[in-house]
Design a protein around this ligand. Structure first.
Ligand code: URA
Length: 193
């Protein structure tokens, strides 16, 4: 199996799609290569593009609080996106961009072989599960990606706009926590993030 370094090196200074023209940095992914939990998001935003790291903006801060609530920190997990370069004005990735970039995600997941994948938002969930089903229909239950349980849930950017949905995401995260076999939730976490 390839290492993450080998995959990153093959990606190189990628010019496989037009997003290379507007990006500052490629955001490949960060974290523990031995992680039991891999989180997949959509695409880098402004902050991520600048720092070359996924989920460092407002969504990332919310994600950190959600992870803390199940007793995990960023060092425990691996985190990446379907798309490695920032789409201009944070527009949605096009199907062609997803198709071009997805092979690198597939190779990352093959290298990582986590116990569980948390797919955040429509693009991550639909790409991994090869479905057109709406995120609101598929979230909350485990699906499968090459034998690995996948929990689709809402994207933290959506939660920032729709606070009332935090509750169901908290339920989804509790299921992930359970499958990870981490024992009882930290006592500070009963109320959720
Ligand atoms: N949203 C994402 O989907 N990914 C990031 O890295 C940041 C925000």
């Amino acid at each position: 199996v390839e290492t993450l370094e080998e995959i990153r090196s093959d990606l190189g200074e990628c010019i496989r799609c037009g997003l290379c023209e507007g990006r500052k940095n490629i955001v490949f992914g960060v974290g523990n290569p031995e992680a039991d939990l891999v989180i997949v998001g959509e695409a880098p935003g402004r902050e991520e593009d600048i720092k070359a790291e996924p989920f460092v903006g407002r969504s990332g801060q919310l994600l950190n609080r959600m992870l803390e609530a199940i007793g995990l920190s960023r060092e425990d997990i691996y985190i990446c996106n379907v798309i490695k370069c920032r789409p201009p004005e944070n527009r949605n990735p096009t199907p062609a961009e997803v198709e071009t970039c997805e092979p690198f995600l597939i190779r990352q997941l093959k290298s990582l072989r986590p116990k569980v994948i948390l797919a955040m938002g429509k693009f991550a969930a639909q790409t991994l599960l090869q479905t057109e089903e709406r995120i609101s229909r598929i979230r909350g239950n485990f699906h499968e990606y090459h034998g690995i349980p996948v929990m689709p849930t809402f994207h933290p950017a959506y939660l920032l706009r729709n606070q009332s949905q935090k509750r169901v995401v908290w339920e989804d995260l509790q299921k992930v926590h359970q499958v990870l076999g981490l024992g009882p939730l930290p006592s500070s976490a009963r109320e959720g993030p």
